[in-house]
Design a protein around this ligand. Structure first.
Ligand SMILES: [Zn+2]
Length: 370
């Protein structure tokens, strides 16, 4: 892909699994791809073979082709064994969309962390009327006009359309817990920031990490503030999680991510992502030195390309995540202007020093594209 990270990573698989087909990673671990109706057009799911059945890791989004593709897998690839468990890494619709259907279809338990399960329940029931005054206020403070906020309210739909009714019971995954599948121990490693309590699975004997959206090789996971929790600081969690993963996982693990393709180079990727966000933080601080911009006005600092309406929401969420991080660390001052927008000013007197470091870094390592 031409970025420093991509060049440093190794991709051991030349072929992608076809629709409804499984590709063996190692005996007992299989890779399945499901379609997504968006620019990012696929999600990777993984099937783990146990002596008496199959564990499904993530489930696909609830759109038409997904159910038929699952049926094709059941018909052709389960070696006469049933599905015995469904596990979701986190609550986003491409991961939990079909969980309810799968657990119903096979009458099997559903595994998830508590914060992800409860978030999934809440978001999957979100309807148009949940666009409230607080959602409008969040957008106003980010810098949007009254007209734009009205249009956003009219378009608001929530996740519900892409998620089958969630399983009404679950088994809780916690950080450090183990699952034994096919005679191998998988350790739950929790990451935060992209979602509240994202479960990764690490198998030491195989040195394989199923990373979900916590580590992806070629795209940066969205780290966003949303209207439901406007003072959240997910970037702090995200960066702390990267430090944690660097400590508890080895550099040479084979990483099975939920998007793009399996890769080697876990520590390289984690370090590059930390640098990517640090570059963004510094660039925002610089942009708030002279002027006092809003989050909306700061988008070109983070995103070089033009954004469509859908991307705009994610981009503003990501920008506010960086601004909340800096504000809560005491590096940006935040005040409300007459239009009800938050405006930001840099107040950190170490910035000129760090700017010089940033400039020299930026010269040899341009930030990767989102
Ligand atoms: Zn996600």
């Amino acid at each position: 892909m031409g970025t420093p990270t991509a060049d440093a990573l190794k991709y051991p698989f030349d072929h992608l699994p076809g629709p409804g087909e499984l590709q063996e990673i190692v005996p007992g671990i299989y890779w399945l791809r499901m379609p997504l109706p968006m620019a990012l057009d696929h999600i990777n799911l993984y099937l783990l073979e146990d002596s008496d059945g199959w564990w499904l890791v993530d489930t696909g989004i609830a759109i038409d082709p997904t159910e038929a593709l699952w049926e094709q897998v059941f018909e052709r690839h389960l070696k006469g064994k049933p599905v015995k468990a469904v596990l979701a890494t986190h609550y986003h619709p491409d991961h939990i969309g079909m969980a309810g259907w799968l657990c119903e279809r096979w009458r099997v338990p559903f595994y998830m962390t508590q914060a992800e399960y409860l978030s999934g329940l809440a978001f999957s029931r979100m309807q148009r009327e949940h666009f409230s005054w607080s959602s409008a206020q969040y957008l106003q403070r980010a810098g949007f006009s009254a007209q734009h906020i009205e249009q956003a309210g009219a378009r608001f739909a929530g996740f519900g359309d892409y998620i089958k009714p969630m399983p009404m019971a679950y088994r809780r995954l916690v950080d450090g817990a183990s699952l034994v599948i096919g005679g191998r121990r998988w350790r739950v490693v929790v990451g935060r920031g992209h979602s509240p309590e994202h479960a990764c699975l690490y198998c030491e004997s195989l040195n394989i990490l199923i990373s979900g959206d916590q580590v992806i090789p070629r795209i940066t996971s969205n780290v966003s503030v949303m209207g439901g929790e406007p003072e959240a600081n997910p970037l702090k969690d995200w960066l702390a999680s990267h430090e944690h993963l660097l400590e508890v996982l080895p550099p040479d693990a084979l990483v099975l991510p939920a998007h793009n393709v399996p890769f080697y180079g876990l520590h390289t990727r984690l370090r590059h992502l930390v640098e990517h966000h640090e570059e963004h933080l510094l660039a925002l601080e610089e942009a708030c030195l002279e002027a006092a911009p809003t989050a909306l006005e700061l988008l070109p600092v983070l995103f070089k390309r033009a954004l469509d309406e859908n991307q705009l929401g994610l981009a503003v969420g990501e920008c506010v995540a960086h601004l909340n991080y800096l504000h809560q660390r005491g590096q940006l001052e935040r005040s409300l202007n007459a239009a009800g927008h938050y405006v930001y000013r840099s107040i950190d007197d170490t910035l000129p020093l760090r700017q010089r470091r940033h400039r020299s870094l930026a010269d040899d390592q341009p930030p990767i594209q989102v």
